[in-house]
Design a protein around this ligand. Structure first.
Ligand code: ADP
Length: 601
């Protein structure tokens, strides 16, 4: 090993050096783990005093020069003089007896400082060095015995305090366990006081490193297990505000942020140091709306709670509720505004969702109710429509059976009416069945390529007699070369027949019926069929309702004409199934036009 000239290697210098390093490391670890609490700082002061003793001892053992070694040993003893005061102070703080023992703590410091002064600035306590086989040691003068006694007294006093704490009934488990662990650790550590023996001329090898290391191991374990943090009101308050879910921001009267908690930092995505000491807008530039709301909230008088939606640094819109309160000093003056910010985005979202569902439910309920009403109406209408022809048929058949002497002409007349009513009944049942099949989706559609012009022409041909009977004039303008469409021929015949038979029914004798067929280029391209008549027309209030089931205009003219109100409902279903549209335009008293559009196939 290469050492400077004034040093000589001595293996006995190692134990105090290693022990000192351990002590120092432990002191630092405790401060870090206990977040720089007051107790941990006192513990650090104790470990520093131990280091101030052991480092110079280790150095002194390496010195060639007697003067250097003596000087270092004096420094080492200076460290020893501080051990009783730091240890005693640490003990009363850890046991929370500081107030009770204030006088004793001060006295301990006074005595330690007295011996420190005596060590550094006088030769009253020490007179040279002893030389032993393992190295040198400080030679205590008789006056130094007072220091040894003081040291031992403080040692026993601290042990006594831990003993009292340990034996005290009702002490909580943590304090009890901690007192016991410290009692054992310090009892072992105090075996190190035997190191005073070589200072008194006894050739005892200074073994303090062994009990010191044992003590350190035990203390470390105790601290890890029970911790040291002193639960002061300030510490508790800080812990509480940091574990709150709500963000807490305290603004002074100048609008400057003084306190924030962890939830605030998380909410605005900024560290505490970036927020404290600045205005909200200055510190929370990325959450400006929020910051401005905060400033507004703090400036309001009287204070009000309110909600605000703002974009947060992560880009998500947040709804927060701000509630504020005033902090006053004992004189009642306002010193700060405390803002509590609760992120209610999720709650608001849930509320909106709930409202949306309620509206949906209400709509569904209304629809159900109207469907229920419709169902009842349909049932009563169906039963009425079915009963009317049945009643007529029954009455006429009874008449035929009862009146024996009826002429053939009379009989034929009655039979014709029965036949007509039977047809009407059959039509009605067919219509009802068609409608229910289409609505239930069980209608069998025979889709094929076909010409709508041909469909219309065939219907016109079949109805020719009807037109003639009623003296109606028919004009047909059917474009000959229109694209074919895809459709069910029978159903499309039904569509054209329904519309034209209405035209015949509702147009007085001598009127005109005009049928047109053309193509509209679109988009989308459409084939448009128009059916106009010069009939009674449709009242404006009914024009939007005639495609509903069982709907008929309520005027006298319509009432006089036979019908069930099902034809147009079926017609619309068929047209819509083909991807087309149907609507009517009409002037009451002048006539109506029905338009049917169908997509080319
Ligand atoms: P129905 O003809 O059997 O009453 P529809 O469903 O075919 O049933 O027609 C419904 C109603 O539409 C008719 O009752 C009538 O009031 C009105 N309507 C239909 N076509 C015409 C038309 N060409 N002129 C006047 N009113 C019409």
């Amino acid at each position: 090993m290469v050492l400077p000239d004034h040093l000589s290697f001595n293996p006995h210098a190692l134990p105090p050096l290693v022990t000192a390093l351990f002590v120092f490391a432990l002191g630092c670890m405790v401060v870090i783990r206990e977040k720089g609490s007051r107790v941990s700082l006192f513990y650090l002061s104790y470990t520093l005093a131990v280091c101030a003793w052991l480092f110079p001892v280790s150095a002194a053992l390496l010195m060639r020069s007697e003067t250097d070694a003596f000087l270092l040993m004096k420094f080492a003893n200076a460290g020893v003089t501080l051990i009783p005061a730091t240890l005693y102070h640490f003990t009363v703080v850890v046991l929370q007896k500081e107030d009770l023992r204030k006088v004793r703590v001060r006295a301990a410091w006074a005595v330690s400082c007295f011996f420190l002064g005596m060590t550094l600035f006088s030769d009253v306590l020490f007179g040279g060095l002893y030389h032993y086989s393992w190295g040198i040691y400080l030679k205590f003068r008789p006056a130094a015995l007072s220091f040894v006694l003081y040291f031992l007294a403080m040692t026993f006093e601290t042990l006594r305090l831990y003993w009292i704490e340990y034996r005290q009934p009702g002490t909580d488990a943590t304090r009890h366990g901690r007192a016991k662990a410290f009692l054992i650790a310090f009892s072992i550590g105090y075996l190190g006081t035997l190191d005073f023996l070589p200072a008194l001329g006894v050739p005892y090898y200074p073994l303090s490193s062994v009990p010191m290391i044992c003590m350190l191991a035990l203390i470390s374990r105790a601290i890890w297990q029970y911790r040291l943090v002193d639960i002061t009101p300030a510490f508790a308050a800080r812990e509480i505000i940091d574990t709150m879910n709500d963000a807490l921001i305290v603004l002074d009267t100048g609008g400057i942020v003084r306190v924030v908690n962890r939830a605030t930092c998380a909410l605005v995505g900024r560290a505490e140091r970036e927020l404290v000491g600045r205005s909200p807008a200055g510190g929370m530039a990325t959450s400006l709306t929020f910051a401005l709301s905060l400033e507004a909230a703090a400036g309001r008088d009287p204070l009000q709670d309110f909600e605000v939606t703002c974009d947060m640094p992560d880009g998500s819109p947040r709804t927060v509720s701000l509630s504020t309160s005033i902090m006053r000093n004992p004189a009642g003056e306002r010193v700060a505004t405390v803002c509590l910010v609760n992120d209610i985005s999720e709650r608001r979202r849930a509320e909106l969702e709930r409202e949306r569902l309620i509206v949906q439910l209400q709509q569904a309920n209304e629809k159900l109710q109207s469907m229920d009403t419709l169902k009842s109406n349909i049932i009563s209408m169906v039963s009425h429509e079915l009963r009317t022809p049945l009643t007529t048929i029954k009455a006429f058949v009874e008449l035929l059976l009862m009146k024996q002497g009826m002429s053939d002409g009379q009989k034929v007349k009655l039979m014709r009416t029965v036949n007509d009513e039977t047809d009407r009944l059959a039509r009605l049942i067919t219509d009802l069945l068609d409608l229910s099949r289409i609505e239930a989706g069980s209608m069998k559609w025979q889709m094929a390529d076909l010409s709508l012009e041909e469909v219309i022409r065939s219907v016109l041909a079949s109805m020719e007699v009807l037109f003639e009977n009623k003296g109606l004039q028919l004009t047909a303008e059917l474009h000959p070369s229109l694209p074919r469409i895809r459709g069910d021929r029978d159903r499309l015949v039904q569509v054209v027949t329904n519309i034209l038979s209405n035209a015949v029914k509702f147009t007085p004798r001598g009127g005109t019926i005009r049928v047109t067929l053309r193509q509209e280029a679109g988009p989308p391209a459409q084939i448009v069929a128009g059916f106009s008549d010069t009939g009674i027309g449709i009242p404006p209030a009914h024009i939007g309702l005639i495609f509903e089931k069982f709907h008929r205009s309520d005027d006298e003219l319509t009432a006089a004409i036979e019908g069930s109100g099902l034809g147009l409902a079926i017609t619309r279903q068929i047209v819509e199934y083909h991807g087309g549209n149907i609507w009517a335009e009409s002037t009451q008293g002048a006539g109506s036009t029905f338009y049917v559009t169908l997509p080319p196939g």
